[in-house]
Ligand binder design. Sequence first.
Ligand SMILES: C[S@@+](CC[C@H](N)C(=O)[O-])C[C@H]1O[C@@H](n2cnc3c(N)ncnc32)[C@H](O)[C@@H]1O
Length: 304
Amino acid sequence: MRSVKSSLKGLNIAHMRLVFLLIVIFLQALGLGTVRAQELAPPRLDEEFRKQEKIYRSQGADVPSGYVIGRGLSDYAELLPSGFCDALAKLGSSDRWLDIGAGEGQAILDYYAPQDPAASAEKCGGSGPKAGAVAISIEDRRTDKWKEQAASFGDDRLRYLSGKRLSQHSSEELGKFQIITDVFGGFTYTEDLSRFIGKVLSLLEVGGAFYTLVQNVQLENGKDKPSSSFQTELVDSAGRDIKMCSWLKQTPCVNVGCESKNDWDTPTELVNIHKICSDVSVRPAKLLRYEAGNPPGRRFQLEP
Ligand SMILES: C[S@@+](CC[C@H](N)C(=O)[O-])C[C@H]1O[C@@H](n2cnc3c(N)ncnc32)[C@H](O)[C@@H]1O
């Protein structure tokens, strides 16, 4: 009797082991198991954030070649959505433009004092009265020449703030803006995409617009090359891919326009967001993966 019992017990344990093994195989086949556990591991993220910080702090020959910090206004005109230059030209002297992730701050300097005929005020930004301009960057990339030129326009017209991320500046400190731009700045580098967009929209006047771009994403027009591997990925709570523009369009009180550039070297979305009323709230997304770089690789999961 005892031997029958123990053989039955043995059979149950064997069954349980088999079921457990099948579950593990099933989860691994779905890409859930170990991969997700690694994605969420905080020490790994901390290490990536440390590496990213090194890129921000790099100087001279140590600045990685892909970390471009000196784009001027003509580059902004080429990279940002089509309405940007006209909108800039329409600003009056009491209006304000914020450039997030400004690097050396060349674009706002060109707006005031174009150095290069290609960046002439008539081409982008107009030749009329100039709006106040604020540039922000984590690290101070201003050159002595920049400081000299900017000083000649008066500190209150042209400001450069560094030492903090966008989220660390208070709304009182920054004030409100009619135009906000971001060319491979915070939108491309942030580890908290929802908070970043929420802050941008809170700084925009109703009627104002945010102009930006993000490369290596799943495009709104669905024409990314089949082999594209995306640098910024968004998934819903079930792990299904979500396009950057579809997510942004879920935000109340904004009109979002997307220009998909599937013929550029990497699939790139040019995005403009017009704020049409003040009750803005951005659907939260949590960080699943961050790999330091210029730009970093990121994966976010939208919360229900
Ligand atoms: C690759 S550079 C781009 C500079 C400039 N826009 C250009 O195109 O030449 C990235 C810039 O974004 C800034 N940046 C990254 N994340 C940021 C954040 N969360 N808030 C403010 N600036 C940020 C960096 O400090 C740096 O100035």
